[in-house]
Design a protein around this ligand. Structure first.
Ligand SMILES: *Cc1c(COP(=O)(O)O)cnc(C)c1O
Length: 379
């Protein structure tokens, strides 16, 4: 099946008892047994739930994976991956990560004796320099949040394979419509389903997919043992959201291109970060590993003026000032005070995350209205 058919059909079968075309919300904690141990494959909803199973199969299929699992949030999915490790193990990851990922790595798992190396993933030499016998996991995010840096997944996968290290990719920003890391050699893909997969800003959820049965078994064991499962109502909403993922991502990308073009030509704008721009330092890698470039754009002003950013953001009428991303509606975020406020200013400035930087999650509205909103706010 091709991607645009999978979004509509994968994982979803008519309900066997009624023929209902939509997977019902199996809002149940337990299942009645005929005789002790004689059941229909469902015992308790932390372990098995038909609505969750349908969604897990759907997301796995979109990522060209054999196995999928969903969790109560993106961070719960990341938590499960790190629990594959044990004290003394080491992880190599990027120095430009989602703030919550940085926080769980440093503030939670360093306390359990796991060591994290944060490197510039622009070339694999920095990764190879940190690999030793304790290295068990390489964690890649691409495109990164909010600097829109691109990591060459295929190149990192070669290094990971050579050293028998698991490569996990956070594919939240691209979504499987634009990028499928398992096809490029990654072992595991993680999603904050909250963003593009859900797509309607009404669910918090995470997902993991893999083709490796042994890894899947271990993660399923962790999912059941630690218990951070997603509820059936949220799984239903996400199944519904996924049906339009291909259409949404197409429009997010079209609108992203128009807005990036508008910003690049605006006299007040300094830098524009969008991987679809030929001026993006890793545009060629983005072109190689992504099918389109999405709707996430960051930009700065000619002068690094935080007050000016605030004035512009307060004037937005269509863009809503909010954290999160990936929904149908356009959002604007000030990373330095909102999503990335926990990162010290010197650290932020090292990667170009200035006080004046604004991050846009470009929605699926009419691009003319979005550009008119930018025009009046910048004017
Ligand atoms: C939001 C986000 C996460 C965390 O997901 P939650 O669903 O908020 O727990 C992880 N990685 C990236 C890139 C994100 O944008």
């Amino acid at each position: 099946m091709k991607f645009n058919t999978k979004t509509v059909h994968a994982g979803v079968k008519p309900d066997p008892t009624t023929g209902a075309i939509m997977t019902p919300i199996y809002q149940t904690s337990t299942y009645v047994q005929k005789s002790p141990g004689d059941h229909q494959g469902f015992e308790y909803s932390r372990t098995q739930n038909p609505t969750r199973f349908a969604l897990q199969d759907s997301i796995a299929s979109l990522e060209n994976a054999k196995f999928g699992l969903v969790f109560g949030s993106g961070l719960a999915a990341i938590d499960a991956v790190v629990k594959l490790l044990k004290p003394g193990d080491e992880v190599i990851t990027g120095n430009d990560l989602y703030g919550g990922t940085y926080r769980i790595f440093t503030k939670v798992f360093e306390g359990f004796g796991i060591k994290f190396h944060f490197v510039d993933m622009d070339t694999t030499t920095h990764i190879e320099a940190k690999i030793n016998d304790q290295t068990k996991l390489i964690w890649v995010e691409t495109p990164t949040n909010p600097m829109m840096n691109i990591v060459d997944i295929e190149a990192v996968a070669k290094v990971a394979k050579q050293h028998k290290v698991i490569l996990a990719v956070d594919n939240t920003f691209a979504s499987p419509a634009l990028q499928t890391p398992l096809d490029l050699g990654a072992d595991l893909v993680m999603h904050s389903v909250t963003k593009y997969l859900g797509g309607h800003s009404d669910v918090v959820m995470g997902a993991l997919v893999t083709n490796d049965e042994a890894t899947h078994e271990k993660l399923a064991f962790i999912q059941n043992s630690c218990g951070a499962v997603a509820g059936p109502q949220d799984c239903f909403l996400t199944l519904r959201g996924i049906k339009t993922l291909h259409l949404r991502m197409q429009r997010h990308s079209e609108n992203g291109a128009k807005i990036a073009d508008y910003l690049v030509n605006h006299p007040k704008i300094g830098k524009v970060y969008w991987p679809g721009l030929p001026s993006h330092p890793n545009h060629d890698i983005a072109k190689k590993q992504m099918r389109d470039f999405g709707g996430m754009i960051s930009f700065t002003f000619k002068e690094d003026d935080k007050a000016k950013s605030f004035r512009v953001m307060e004037k937005f009428k269509v863009f809503a000032l909010a954290e999160s991303l990936g929904g149908v509606e356009s959002l604007a975020n000030h990373p330095a005070t909102m999503t990335h406020g926990a990162i010290p200013r010197e650290e932020r400035y090292k990667v170009g995350l200035l006080d004046s930087l604004i991050r846009l999650s470009v929605g699926i509205e009419d691009a003319d209205d979005l550009i008119a909103d930018l025009e009046q706010a910048l004017g």
